[in-house]
Design a protein around this ligand. Sequence first.
Ligand SMILES: O=C(O)c1ccc(O)c(O)c1
Ligand SMILES: [Mg+2]
Length: 616
Amino acid sequence: MSSVGRPERRGARKSIATVSLSGPLSEKLTAVAAAGFDGVEIFENDLLGTALSPEEIRLRCADLGLTIDLYQPLRDMEAVPEDVFVRNLRRAERKFEVMRRLGADLLLVCSSVDPRAVDDDALAAGHLRRLAERAQEHGIRVAYEALAWGRHVHTYGHAWRLVEQADHPALGTCLDSFHILSRGSEVDGIQDIPGDKIFFLQLADAPLMAMDVLQWSRHYRCFPGQGGLDVASVAAAAVRAGYTGPLSLEVFNDVFRQGEAAATAVDALRSLLLLEESAGLARPPAPPVPEGFAFAEIATSDTEPVRSVLDALGFARTGRHTTKPVELWEQGRARVLLNSGASGGRCGPSLAAVGLETADPAQAAHRAEALLAPVVPRRRGAGDAPLDAVAAPDGTELFFCRTDHPDHPSWTGDFEPVVTVSTAGSAGGQGHVDRIDHVALTQPWHQFDEAVLFYRGVLGLAVDESLDLADPYGLFRSRAVAAPDGGVRFALNVAPGPGADDNRLQHIALATDDVLAAARAARERGAALLPIPANYYDDLAARHELPHRRIDELRELGILYDRDAHGEFLHCYTAVTGRVFFELVQRTGGYRGYGAQNAGIRLAAQHAQQHHQHHP
Ligand SMILES: O=C(O)c1ccc(O)c(O)c1
Ligand SMILES: [Mg+2]
């Protein structure tokens, strides 16, 4: 059953355990339905904590178009002394009654952690059979799941052997990708289980960590594609075995428990859609693999401060939008739009949008929509070129562009040329900057994993490893996503501290092949470059064998230095205006990073500068 207005989406049915989301049960259910899921696993604590009766939950789910796919969990059932087992059966009877009222017919039983349980497969299988016999009398089926920390049963293979031995039609197994992959089990064995005996499939990822598996599971699970486990391989193996039930997310996560349920549910469903793609179970429109930045757009009610920075960096104002208060500034292949008509900008200038060069903008937008990215409402004037745009989770608008190609209308056609002479004396922006190297976006702290998965999945970018960098006021997490050829790169960061928007700095890094000349020219034209402490240069001399003269030049201009196996990286920063600043970067010899080594220095220098502005 599906209620009116929900998008039709093909592929497997998709469910989520209520434990994965924040808030009271009724809000979770609303969020799950609004995102577009088909069903839920009702977690026992959510039921115990709600004033809704089981009948009311059943009705609510039906109204929302959600099926109740599983009730869970029943714990510590099997392989215990007979008197304990008899009491367990009585407990189970109570749960069957709750399930009758809920209208749920699948019960999850996880492998026992009871210290009284014994390592006796025949006893365990006998108990599971007796439980299944009772369940069957109520029209209920039992799915038995191996917890990775179960006392005697902790692998899916062992759980399946017990189910096979118990040999009852109302008993099957539940596979959970976290329990399987966290123990490093081979997934090939899944195909030996008859598909109709896999009663349920739970999916969860987790970042690779060396820690106790129970703590890892209860606090750090994340949605598929956000961690380091090959969750798609489990789903693919189950489907190959003949499993036809729902793909269901079961994610215990400290951050999602605090986040906002509606946004988390969308993030969750997007992860399942991407998992279906990587498991070969569905084919959304192919990823665009952006070729470069068409532009970066800064929104500000007061254009003057940004204008003067752009001017000092060697940009020239080359165009004016024919219908909107937007200026086009250019230098080399780098383009910056300055929009004084957009809303927002409460915190001064902010990076509102990024244009991405793609071969097929319409297809890129279709993929983004298929992956639940909100389409940005068109604010087009009558004769404007069509622009396909979606919003990223952090609110940044992504425009899919095909600039100056005869086969496609170009957004640049909406601008009329203006002639200006920059202070550099050059019309048309003939400075040292060639193009946009990367864009750095600071994410709200609770949306970091969501953002990484969005930029990767929707845009088809590759993800670098996650880095923890020290900021004077906390740890600063950073992860880059980039096209294979480096034509488009995003540095995604999450800042420590309360996530007020004005703490979320964003920057545009501009590529030059001579950062020394670019910085010197910018300074001569009045740009305030971020001052870097002398201690940094003393350390640089100790760390790298650089000639003294070179270090003195870097010191004089406040240029930072890094090196990797491929080459060198030299970079410097402008002062912050509002939430935005610029970086000048020079890569040599195929350097691949972003100067992460120096991020802590930059952050400390920015804190010092802001402190100085507020307390001169
Ligand atoms: O952490 C747990 O107790 C727990 C319970 C039920 C599950 O399905 C599971 O994977 C873990
Ligand atoms: Mg589970």
